[in-house]
Design a protein. Structure first.
Length: 571
């Protein structure tokens, strides 16, 4: 999680703000309302394993993933967002039951499912009575409980890394908070914090290589207050700097009419100009830079639908004609180390191959074979599998190239708009440049935050369509604020998207792995003084596809999980 991108995801107001969490609620009935704030309470429930990954559609028979954990190997770990924070841990029995004690009565709490010290899942609290504009259940990762709480059955999905607890099961125990909490608007400088819960790290030291916010890093927080009926609705907009906010026109990013139509929220008196952001000159559609050039050698490659199955193909030629090199990614595609963990190979020239054959068959596309190979990478043993083969120019049959195979490439530095690139290549060229050059590294600019599908079947589907307003690249986060007290606020964002990774096999055949990624970001802010806030931030990035190629790019089978706690001092 890089400092410039310390939001693993940024979804946006209209994808979350359908109901006003914490505003205008009725007072809940509680079983132990006489307890003081911060007193010890018991949190319990039952984990139920499920696996909703949709990644196995292209897998070979028998490769569908099953859960690799037993509930009896797990524990539930909860943290309160007070200062100093409190924590509680409960073991899980063979039936999934757990119980833990934590000093957190009426204090916001977040929970995680652990296997040893490894985070298997983040607990989300799903409220079926509220929906976002996509018709999805509204979820939060932080709630305050009044008294002992049994959350009932909690659906644990090891593929997505989520443990879903239904608020309907324990609604009477959720602390009610009516009104608007503290205003966090302003420029803030981050600094390290102490008294960290187990498994958390604080802001990284300045001038070090690290994944996450650094000491001395500055952020700009903007609270935007609207109305739904008579109730206040607060939204947090977090930017890399106030200059970045101004570069985008100091706007909401959406019209007031959009907010009213989609979420029933009126921002006409918020004091922030309505309307979409204004993209900087030279960034066509907000993300394609007019001066962009290729960042890597690019072949004539792209996705293709073959017998109803999506494959990736690259043009090649031999003495006996032109043909396509075709690959298909199953759940077992890619390379693994000897212990079964995914191998992330950044430089294929450093791989020494010792074995290899293509004796397996793929019955859905007879022209493709299942190939296995083995060797070493930087001294470590690896074993690899892929499904692929050579096919005729019209993709009707297998092709056997004779002589030397030529794989022509467009050179690095070629203008992305060049006619030497096909339409999909042009978009991939712009996308490569975008991901490497769209962050502010000098004067602030306003560039669109886009979600791209590198495996799109056609150019018109390369930019993924999403509901709600578009976001800016320098806008770390924007979402509905859930106040659990006057001095504590929380927000959660989540998104799914595709990310492509170029790879090669031992014979030099290029493939482009299209990985479905889930990112989630949970932030809690606790006001310590008028000039100091305690931030708690947990972020996850995980491949839903769960094949080695995707896992290697996103931190392994469990993905990347980061838990941080740090302070912010107002400037």
């Amino acid at each position: 999680m890089k400092s410039a991108r310390w939001n693993m995801c940024a979804v946006g107001l209209l994808a979350a703000a359908v109901a006003v969490a914490g505003c205008g609620k009725k007072k809940s009935s509680v079983s132990d309302g006489s307890l003081a704030e911060g007193a010890a309470i018991t949190i319990s429930g039952q984990l139920a394993l499920e696996n909703s990954s949709s990644a196995a559609a292209l897998a070979l028979d028998g490769l569908n993933a099953t859960s690799d954990v037993s509930v009896a190997d797990l524990k539930v770990y909860c943290v309160s967002f007070s200062f100093p924070p409190k924590a509680g841990t409960g073991t899980v029995d063979a039936d999934g039951n757990f119980s833990l004690s934590i000093e957190a009565n009426d204090v916001a709490v977040g929970c995680f499912v652990l296997k040893g010290t490894e985070t298997v899942a983040t607990m989300t609290f799903e409220n079926s009575e509220t929906k976002n504009v996509n018709g999805e259940t509204q979820s939060d990762s932080r709630l305050a409980f009044s008294g002992n709480t049994n959350m009932g059955k909690i659906a644990l999905d090891t593929a997505t890394g989520k443990a879903k607890a239904s608020v309907a099961n324990f609604k009477s125990a959720v602390k009610a908070f009516s009104g608007n909490g503290f205003d966090f608007s302003g420029n803030w400088t981050l600094k390290a914090s102490t008294d960290l819960p187990e498994g958390y790290q604080t802001a990284c030291a300045a001038n070090t290589q690290c994944e996450g916010p650094k000491e001395g890093e500055r952020v700009f927080l903007k609270r935007i207050v609207g109305k739904r009926g008579e109730a206040d609705v607060s939204v947090a907009s977090i930017w890399s700097s106030e200059d970045a906010f101004k570069a985008c026109g100091s706007r909401l990013g959406f019209s007031n009419a959009e907010a009213q139509a989609a979420a029933g929220v009126d921002f006409s008196n918020s004091g922030v100009t309505e309307g979409p952001f204004t993209w900087s000159d030279g960034w066509v559609e907000g993300w394609k830079y007019t001066g962009a050039v290729t960042q890597r050698p690019m072949r004539d490659c792209g996705p293709y639908n073959l017998n109803g199955i999506g494959v990736f193909r690259c043009k090649a030629s031999a003495a006996n004609g032109t043909f396509w090199e075709v690959s298909l990614n199953s759940r077992d595609s890619g390379c693994k180390l000897a212990d079964g963990t995914p191998a992330k190979i950044d430089d294929w020239s450093k791989v020494t191959w010792t074995t290899g054959n293509c004796n397996g068959t793929f019955d859905k596309i007879p022209a493709l074979k299942v190939c296995t190979s083995g060797g070493t990478y930087n001294g470590a043993a690896i074993s690899c599998q892929n499904i692929g083969g050579a096919m005729t120019d019209d993709m009707s049959a297998a092709f056997q190239p004779s002589g030397t195979v030529s794989r022509s490439e467009v050179a690095v530095g070629t203008t992305c708009s060049s006619n030497s690139l096909g339409s999909m290549q042009q978009l991939q060229c712009y996308a490569d440049y975008y991901f490497q050059n769209s962050r502010n590294q000098g004067p602030a600019k306003c560039v669109r935050d886009v979600q791209l599908n590198w495996g799109a079947p056609s150019a018109d589907k390369f930019v993924m369509r999403t509901n709600g307003p578009t976001r800016a690249r320098e806008q770390h986060l924007m979402g509905l604020v859930n106040y659990t007290s006057t001095n504590t606020a929380a927000l959660r964002d989540e998104k799914e998207y595709f990310r492509g990774f170029p790879v090669k096999d031992k014979d030099g055949r290029e493939s482009f792995v299209n990985c479905k990624i889930i990112e989630a970001m949970n932030i809690s802010m606790t006001k310590l003084t008028d000039s100091e806030i305690l931030f708690e931030m947990t972020g996850t990035q995980r491949s839903v596809d769960q094949n080695p190629l995707c896992n290697a790019q996103t931190g392994g089978e469990r993905g990347m999980v980061q838990k941080m706690m740090f302070k912010a001092v107002k400037q």
